[in-house]
Write a protein that binds this ligand. Structure first.
Ligand code: NAD
Length: 255
């Protein structure tokens, strides 16, 4: 595709946790030739992950620590990565936190924590990355929602999480509309339950079976399922796809 550079960098937030989707996706995208910049609240994990990726795939990779909910930290992290890596072309904002608290027990602190990381964090990093993408006239942004936003929870996390993840869908649609004329697409992936540790620890076979029961495909998802969707949405072939939500959920939610 014209304007889509061969030497290109994707920034992934939330790529620190060992069994998380972000870390897997970073490896997957590096294997496909992307240079990668990683941001995680665990800066050591982000740096170590980046070092491993550079060694395995021979791409440029760097990892820095930042709380994405903190605007200044988020901006500084993107600044630092951009200085060290080839042209920034894409963002996949995986950083997120779960919240299994029943609604009537949600206090101000829990509400702010969950919305701040999932929604504000996606916004701050997106806004900073978008400034660079607009300057280059090409770019891809992917926000990470959840089937919890569409079905009102039902897997693990509850109301603040569902609200923040639904917010990401409205946020990304608006970003898609404003930035489309600049050659930038913005889309959402809404995963169903994925086999990571975010839902209160590693899932037992019984919990996996229960979570898969409502779906059409008889299993829960893997980080690979989500990473493959991200690879498509940030790649050169998805330039006419924008403002969309791609449900990677085994048919849990159809509309
Ligand atoms: P995970 O807990 O393994 O990974 C989340 C990552 O975000 C971790 O590396 C963590 O350190 C990082 N993080 C947390 N708070 C941060 C902050 N303030 N600043 C920067 N980094 C921060 O979880 P996962 O399952 O890999 O989830 C990845 C994304 O996918 C999340 O947004 C999650 O809500 C979403 N999601 C997951 C599932 C699932 O079933 N696993 C389903 C739907 C959506």
């Amino acid at each position: 595709m014209t304007g889509f550079p061969a030497e290109r960098t994707v920034i992934l937030t939330g790529a620190g946790s060992p069994r998380g989707i972000g870390r897997y996706a970073a490896d997957h995208l590096a294997a496909a030739g992307w240079h990668v910049g990683l941001i995680d609240i665990d800066g050591d994990a982000a740096a170590a992950t980046a070092a491993g990726i550079a060694e395995r795939h021979g791409v440029c990779a760097a990892g820095v620590g930042a709380d994405v909910a903190d605007r200044e930290a988020a901006v500084a992290a993107v600044d630092a990565l951009e200085q060290q890596l080839p042209q920034l072309v894409a963002l996949v904002a995986f950083a997120g936190v779960a919240s299994p608290v029943p609604y009537l027990d949600v206090d101000e602190q829990e509400w702010r924590r969950v919305v701040a990381v999932n929604l504000d964090g996606t916004h701050w990093v997106t806004q900073r990355v978008a400034r660079s993408l607009v300057a280059h006239g090409v770019g891809r942004i992917v926000g990470i929602s959840s089937v919890s936003a569409q079905r009102g929870g039902g897997t693990y996390s509850k109301t603040p999480y569902s609200a923040a993840k639904a917010g990401i869908q409205g946020f990304i649609r608006s970003v898609a509309r404003e930035l489309g004329p600049h050659g930038i697409t913005a889309n959402v992936i809404a995963p169903g339950p994925i086999d990571t540790d975010i839902m209160g620890g590693t899932l037992s076979p019984e919990r996996k079976a229960a979570m898969a029961a409502d779906g059409v495909v008889a299993r829960i998802g893997t980080p690979h399922d989500v990473a493959a969707a991200a690879a498509y949405l940030i790649g050169p072939d998805s330039g006419f796809v924008t403002g969309q939500t791609l449900n990677v959920d085994g048919g849990l939610y159809m509309h």
